[in-house]
Design a protein around this ligand. Structure first.
Ligand SMILES: Cc1cc2nc3c(=O)[nH]c(=O)nc-3n(C[C@H](O)[C@H](O)[C@H](O)COP(=O)(O)OP(=O)(O)OC[C@H]3O[C@@H](n4cnc5c(N)ncnc54)[C@H](O)[C@@H]3O)c2cc1C
Length: 431
């Protein structure tokens, strides 16, 4: 091939996946450009989130020394089940998570993405904001660049990091049009709450943080709520399966408003002032619905590759985006040395990715997304468990039965035993 190239690598999208790839490449002196449709990295991203694992420290060693990198380190995790008028919470207070590099931190996405993009620029990557990539440039069967309006930018390799709207992945012929059931709609709000109040309300010391995943009271729609503490704001939202939402003819904002009326949520948001609202789609197909990860002249990373883990206890996408971006960057460095950008070489990315936690976790939990589509998880189970706790804890003056006898009696009385057994088998197989 005797093409003239403007850059070694062109990356579409300056989210965590694209920036992670850019940072990795720029550190190795590779000529890299990132094209971002937003005004700046993170401008199109919905605000707060929880970021787990050591990947950030691998990309930016000692990141915690820079106070702009994160909000709070997570020492408390709560899982809450909601029924009509009750809630039950498991509250894990894990103070040993206060050691650097931290098990998890909260971040404000527009701030975090911009901070990470600055690191990539400092390392030598070029970031072009306000640049919407509309198409790919082909030379016969080989992708050799990207197109934005009339502008054509040629690159030896293109990394697609466009997030969940994987239009370019389809144009690259790496995936068919995905089905709505493989997507969820995430609605997120940011609330202002004084630092002192956050710490008092959740028994946190300075800079410690709490995350709360909330199941139930979502009109039976698979999904769940989340609540994360930042420095002096909280991020709160609800994720709903798009297919069930459409089939039930329900409007997501209405379900969200009703969710906020639950007494448990009201307490979480007490005295807090909403300052931002946004919504975004989330790929939920997981491992089974990942597109082809490489092609002639192209690699796919992050949400564009459906690399989001939703397994109830974990709702993670940023760390998977960072990891896949880093692995794609490392693979690209080796591919460029061969001067051959065909599938024969780009498959190295998948080979490397298979060794990463990101690919392995998605594979381990490949049945989880299907399991979590089970309506019983969002109606029957929260009802059963909150009701069971009420029954066991109520003291109405009568002599009590043994706890186990009461519990078994209650479960039998609630019925749907066959469904419950099926659900438990599903949980054992998927989680
Ligand atoms: C409500 C909600 C809550 C979430 N909470 C969490 C959480 O707490 N923890 C967690 O780990 N994950 C969370 N996620 C998932 C997480 O946000 C994603 O997995 C992560 O952002 C994926 O990163 P990415 O770089 O692949 O894609 P994105 O972050 O979506 O970035 C893609 C970038 O590409 C740009 N772009 C797209 N198309 C083009 C184009 N054609 N030309 C130029 N630029 C383009 C976009 O503007 C964007 O900046 C949440 C998601 C939502 C919606």
């Amino acid at each position: 091939m005797s093409e003239e190239f403007d850059f070694d690598v062109a990356i579409v999208g300056a989210g965590p996946a694209g920036i992670s790839a850019a940072l990795t490449l720029a550190k190795a002196g590779i000529e890299t450009v990132v094209l971002e449709r937003g005004q700046y990295s993170g401008a199109k991203n919905v605000s707060g989130a929880a970021l787990y694992g050591p990947i950030l420290n691998e990309l930016v060693p000692n990141y915690w020394e820079d106070e702009n990198s994160f909000e709070r380190y997570l020492t408390t995790k709560k899982i809450t089940l909601l029924s009509e008028s009750k809630s039950v919470t498991i509250d894990a207070d894990l103070r040993n998570f206060n050691q650097v590099p931290y098990n998890g931190v909260t971040v404000i996405r527009p701030k975090f993405d911009r901070w990470l993009a600055d690191k990539a620029e400092e390392a030598g990557a070029m970031i072009l904001p306000d640049t919407m990539v509309e198409d790919l440039v082909w030379n016969d069967k080989q992708i050799v660049g990207v197109k934005s309006g009339e502008e054509v930018l040629k690159a030896k390799l293109v990394i697609i990091a466009e997030g969940a709207n994987n239009i370019l992945v389809e144009k690259a012929k790496l995936a068919k049009k995905p089905k709505p059931r493989h997507f969820a709609l995430g609605m997120k709000e940011t609330y202002k709450l004084p630092k002192k109040k956050i710490e008092e309300r959740f028994h946190l010391d300075d800079n410690e943080g709490m995350s709360n995943e909330i199941l139930g009271y979502s009109k039976g729609i698979p999904g769940g709520g989340f609540y994360y503490t930042n420095k002096d704001t909280v991020s709160f939202g609800l994720i709903l399966n798009m297919d069930v939402l459409t089939k039930k003819k329900l409007k997501a904002p209405e379900v969200f408003e009703e969710f906020k009326e639950h007494s448990y949520i009201k307490k979480l948001l007490k005295d807090a002032k909403m300052i931002e609202y946004s919504a975004h789609i989330i790929p939920e197909g997981g491992f089974k619905h990942m597109p082809k990860l490489y092609g002639n002249g192209v690699l796919v990373v992050g949400d564009a590759a459906s690399m989001v883990l939703n397994a109830g206890l974990y709702i993670e996408g940023i760390n998977f985006a960072l990891e896949s971006g880093k692995v794609a960057g490392e693979a690209a460095i080796e591919i460029l040395q061969t001067n051959n950008y065909t599938k024969k070489q780009t498959k190295l990315y998948k080979k490397k990715l298979k060794e990463s936690f990101a690919y392995k976790d998605l594979k381990t939990f490949k049945r989880a997304s299907h399991f979590l589509e089970n309506k019983m998880m969002f109606t029957y189970v929260p009802d059963l468990l909150t009701g069971l706790f009420e029954k066991l804890l109520r003291n109405n003056g009568y002599p009590r039965k043994r706890i186990v006898t009461s519990a078994i009696g209650y479960v039998f009385k609630k019925g749907k035993l066959f469904g419950l057994i099926k659900l438990l088998i599903g949980a054992v197989r998927s989680l």
